[in-house]
Design a protein around this ligand. Sequence first.
Ligand code: SF4
Ligand code: FES
Length: 541
Amino acid sequence: MPTMDVDGKKVVWDGKKMILQACLDAGMEIPHYCYHQGLSIVASCRICLVEIESPDPKDPAKLVKVPKLVPSCQTPAVDGMKVHSISPKSVANQKAVMEFLLLNHPLDCPVCDQAGECHLQDYSYQYGRSESRFDEDKAKKPKKDIGKHVVLYSDRCIMCTRCVRFTREISGTGELAVFGRGHREEIDVFQGRSLDNPLSGNVIDICPVGALLDKDFLFTQRVWFLKKTPSISPFSSGGENISIEHNQGRVYRIKPRFNADVNKWWISDDIRYGWDFIHNNRLQTPAAKGVPQELSAAQSIGQLDQAVKKNAATPGATILVLNAFDTTEEMFLAAQWIRRIDPQAWLTLAEPKIDGEDQVFKNPTTGAVTYTLRAEKAPNRRGAEKVLAKLAGNVCKLADVQGKIKAGQIKTAMVLTDPFGHADASLQTAVAGVDTLLVLSTRPDGLVSQASLALPVCTWAEKSGVFENYSGLIQAFKQAIAPLENTRSTGSIFWDLMDLAGTYDPAAVRRMMSELGMTEYAAVALPEHHEKIELMQFTDL
Ligand code: SF4
Ligand code: FES
């Protein structure tokens, strides 16, 4: 493996890499603004300049000092090279760049949303001067509303052009550009356009300063109060890796987590802004025909148990409708329980919503696919299908349920619903006229108003488990916040109904699944690198 010496430390890398990337991968920081691993290299900010000594091509044992500083983001790492990022010459450059960047930068960190995760702020502590020598008036630039989700504070911009390159190379929409020259340079949208592509929120993440800010998050929280929980998007079958950022039981924003095999650094605006169902329009008490019931957790479980057992003497009189928004563990427990009561109970799956076709984003220059917005709007259809295949026996399509109810075959239906109400209308049609309707729901939908008993359950942010994405990738996610008062996870309800000891444990359910031959669930865990974002957020984004 090639090796180089960076400030006296050994850095090893694989394949072709630039000096900066090899250092970042090895856990060494060289200051950088314009460089982003997911974008083309422009080497414009100049803060990453370093001194290098490179092996002489004619005599590789001899090192030749390159007379000028070179951009580490754009200079390939070479085996045997020596890099000096903290030499007096490199440090003098870092200080000079910081001084230039701060000439016109407002001193508004106390009111800036980016404070606490701003690399201008961080680098000014590490590489900047303690006081400014600039005593002229700072150039004043306007605040601009440039899109549905994004606001631009022009005077905070350091012209790294990451946002411009994102719209050109990743979303392929090209709404942003640099206008003007010199100290009048500004980022803006082209006349008559706005930043409104389905990936627009990503420019907020990659802006290294507080120039591009999220309207949805603006002035709601100081970032140092936020806790980050690794999670998986519940909005589509893509399995995008996300971080739920929350404080005191409330979610404030969702950010992407880097996963090279799934979503890289990006998420769609649907994911970033679609989470308000966690805190709004929730079912918060058990209900019978829409009327709230005062039931303890034990009473709710008891009533659910009795209601299912009422018609269980007739084999095949019960149906369980799974939903691809629940975790695989939850669906497995639910199906196991219903089949324990009635081995001939029917199982089916509420059809996930398909919203047109997959939307594929490509780099217009290279043609490479940069992001795919999945049309299938449910996170775990593959998991649900695996449970149905494993439990087998009486499995039918949702479309066939109404016929079985009309024929008097099915008398009890237990329905797991989705948190968006996607399937509410089709489920109401499917189970119309059933003798006993039992519903587990996060929201007070039409189905809830018809149910003999409806119990409130958690959203994905309030529980943990696994989802399996469109390609069969099984990914675990953690509980971010405590369940809303009076709600509990679907898994914990079936855990109690199964009379299992202790509290609901998704890992224990995965072991049960594995013992029954679903061995792919045995080793599921949160991968190590998913935690890395806590330490290296800027690099990972
Ligand atoms: S707005 Fe942010 S990302 Fe865009 S050029 Fe300015 S500093 Fe860079
Ligand atoms: S990060 Fe290298 S020049 Fe900007």
